[in-house]
Write a protein that binds this ligand. Sequence first.
Ligand code: HSE
Length: 338
Amino acid sequence: MKHRIALAGCGNVGTALLELLHEKKDELKAKYSFEYDVVLISDIIKGTVANKSGLDLEAVLNELHQHNSFAALKQDSGSLGELMKRYGATVLAECTPTNLKTGEPGLSHIREALSSGISVTTTNKGPLAVAFDELKAAAEQSGAKFLYEGVVMSGTPLIDMIRNGMAGCSVSGVEGILNGTTNFMLTKMGSGATYDEALKEAQALGYAEADPTGDVEGWDAAGKVVILTKILFGKDIAVTEVDRTGITQVTPQQVSSAAQKGNVIKLIAGVDLDETGLHPYVKPREIAASHPLAQVGGAVNAVTVKTDNLGDVTLIGPGAGRRETGQALLSDIIRMGN
Ligand code: HSE
């Protein structure tokens, strides 16, 4: 079966998915018997392009790379739900910006798709942070697949590792670096950049959220802690229940005075479960240069999962980035099978 892909949100990550699909078309077919048409792309700023027989990705990508717009292409209009039906989508890749309070607009998009039997892959943390059970139930009811590898650690397969590789383990907690933007900024500040320079560069490289306040105030990492708490322990917490401090108060002077002591400052996030309950947190912490997380620089993330059967397992890999997050969507769609 050929996947008929609809894309909601064609920013950095959505565009990267299109690039990967296009570049790897032959390889995907040869290796996985994976075939696709992209039938619909809808973006609140760029507009909507669609074709029942599959869009010409070469032409779409040219427009995106040259003009960052669909203005020169034939456009369609309508709600995403109507358009997905009109163009016969079988998979929705949902990459609109994260809103951790309401989950919108991604939540409505995903609800619409799953209730119509359209499978979903998403990198959007909002819908999972606010409506995990509802969306999982909607997928079970309609038989659609619902995958979201990219919501934590971009394409680094933490969720697959926990779900599949660690099946049978009991987990008592996780801890690590869960936000690429702030880790990149702290690394840059360690080599002399100001806070503002470091943030601008993180935005230019596509690491930061549409509203970077979410990164620097620790909300993004807190949203990831909420999602991991659900996946690991089956427990619901609100993002406001995470004991959260961002890096807005961390100055280059603090970073360099830590360095003079041989230490580094990192934004550490995690959650532990013990007899007194759940302890979710996001906090800047000064750690010794010999600490395993001290060597994790730039937009790289690292997470240690504390298990009974395996002891501690640490996964290190990209935590943000266009192509790295596009890879999460691609691997989800391949895993959906033919
Ligand atoms: N803004 C996020 C980060 C993107 O910097 O980690 C990946 O979730």
